[in-house]
Design a protein around this ligand. Sequence first.
Ligand SMILES: [Fe+2]
Ligand SMILES: [Fe+2]
Length: 353
Amino acid sequence: MLTQSGDNQILSSSILVVDDNPDSLEITQEILRRNGFTTVSVEHNAARALSRVITDEFRVVLLDLLMPKMHGFVFLEELRKYQLGISVCIITAMHDQETCMRAFDLGATEFITKPFKEKELVARLRKLLVSNSNQKILAAKAQFFEEIASDRTLELEQAQSEIIRRLSRASEFRDNETGLHVVRMSHYSQAVAATLQLPKRTVNLILHAAPMHDVGKIGIPDGILLKPGPLDEAEWLIMKTHPTIGGTILGGSSIRLIQTAAEIALTHHERWDGSGYPAGLRGQEIPITGQIIAIADVFDALTSVRPYKKAWSFEDALAFLKTQTGKHFSPEVVTAFEQALPEITETYRQFQE
Ligand SMILES: [Fe+2]
Ligand SMILES: [Fe+2]
């Protein structure tokens, strides 16, 4: 037996009647009103009904099957995708068992055939409302919208990192470093950041932003950038503007990934002892992203073949990094680099020309 307040709750439940026939809609609505149901809405357009069910708060849908624009089965199929936990009672003139079974298969909870008796409809509707509490529906809806939100965030992040990858490809055209250099050095950076136990999100940002470190080279004249021999002093001064140019290209964004890329572009040639460029930052004045990229960038340059040099062995390159502890590189980052060597070796093997 229901208490008075339980019964009031049942009678005030939000119900949507969906039927393309205005007369049927009116009759059903009238029956429900007569039996004390206070919150009954009607809709003759099934597609509109579906969007109302998804966005508004209904506990039960009374659904016709044969409708011209959207068949009741399609409605059920679509509704099922949202898993909102809303009960659907089919009201149809079709009597055959096959239709009935298909409706249940698609998630209907009740099946009433026309013409129906008023008492029958009310009894079945009450039964549905008792078994389907409001909380259940609200919880299902909240979960559904949470999932949509996280899907959208993911999509946006993918778009951002794709833009970054494409922009870095643009800068590679201007340089003798290959695309694999940026792949390797960004994975090395990721491994070092993870070893330093930076937050997962930061590790990820570093991986995706690192390929942009030299984007500022877009602004360096060919005569300097592609010069086969060593640069003279004046040429070096121009070459050393590429971090500032990169910082300007990427600066001022409100997107975290681009902000990180700007920071990296600007600070990847700073040195721990303050002898780097463009700002001559010292120690922890250099953002951790710049500290990490600096070591990954140099290590990959050393262990790769360049027109002017052979590839160094891992041992030689590592020994060199160690000599630069506290000079070019942060001592903490050098240690993390050494600890991350198994992953770094694996990346090196995977990404060779
Ligand atoms: Fe650079
Ligand atoms: Fe580089």
